[in-house]
Design a protein around this ligand. Structure first.
Ligand code: SAH
Length: 258
């Protein structure tokens, strides 16, 4: 048994953008930390505190960032690793768990705290009504860490099972064709008037939310800051005079809804 000081690592979700969507637990974990790690633009959203060290990194170096944060925590310090949205949804919490499982014994002694945050699909859904009111799933459309054939199999399964589908990471400069291919795939299972929501930069100053139908959904409308929700045949769009439409999925469903 070693008596080495076990530090602390908080993996903190800071929500989709707006300061009021940062939970009090997240704000406390961020202000208590001696060092902050994370993707640069996420760190920029955290209020500065004198004496706190900031270690911004590139978006793609998740595992290296997890190792660095754990190494510093294992040396006895209190460290926070910042994630957008919720840290457990396609984000840093799993990278930290991987690093702890694969890393030195000292990583296992770190006091790990995962602080949940408002994930993008909940923020987008709340903006327009209740599209996730019935069974739903979330699929990461990035094929950086899994083969595209697996994405296709999951899209088929989700659509044929009648799930509303939240698509994270629908597009980026390096992945321009995937969302169009996903829409084509889904059109093979779903009727053309299924509602599709493009939620761009929700809760940030450049927020834009568009409601279209699957038949005419244009993948070019999505970018890295967009979450796409694909409804089911049960999902309703309710027009309102002078107000944006409401999108919701009823709490009841018929058997084998498509
Ligand atoms: N951990 C994050 C998701 C990381 S994956 C979370 O829980 O939200 C990054 C993807 O999240 C983006 O490509 C986009 O699909 C979505 N996203 C993150 N913030 C968003 C926002 N404010 N508005 C819309 N989509 C967002």
């Amino acid at each position: 048994m070693s008596a080495a000081p076990a530090g602390r690592l908080a993996v903190v979700g800071i929500g989709p953008g707006a300061a009021e969507l940062v939970t009090p637990q997240a704000a406390a974990a961020l202000s208590e930390a001696e060092a902050l790690y994370g993707y640069g633009p996420y760190l920029d959203r955290v209020p500065a505190r004198p004496g706190q060290v900031r270690m911004p990194s590139d978006n793609r170096e998740e595992r290296a960032r997890a190792d660095a944060a754990l190494t510093e925590a294992a040396s006895g310090r209190s460290v926070a690793l910042v994630s957008g949205g919720d840290p457990g949804v396609f984000a840093m919490a799993a990278a930290v768990c991987e690093a702890i499982e694969a890393g030195p014994e000292a990583f296992r002694r770190v006091d790990l705290l995962v602080v949940p945050g408002v994930t993008a699909m909940l923020a987008v859904a709340a903006r327009i009504g209740a599209p996730l009111g019935h069974d739903f799933c979330a699929i990461n459309l990035s094929d950086n860490l899994k083969p595209w054939t697996l994405v296709e199999a999951r899209l088929d399964a989700a659509a044929t099972a009648g799930f509303v589908i939240a698509l994270y990471n629908p597009a980026s400069k390096a992945r321009p064709w995937q969302l169009g291919a996903a829409f084509e795939r889904l059109r093979g299972h779903l009727v053309p008037d299924v509602p599709v929501v493009f939620g761009h930069a929700v809760s940030r100053p450049d927020e834009r939310v568009e409601i279209v139908r699957l038949g005419e959904a244009d993948a070019a409308r999505a970018d890295m800051a967009t979450l796409v929700l694909v409804g089911t045949a049960e999902t309703r769009v309710v027009d309102r005079p002078g107000l944006p439409p409401l999108v919701y999925t009823p709490r009841f469903a018929r058997e084998a809804a498509r």
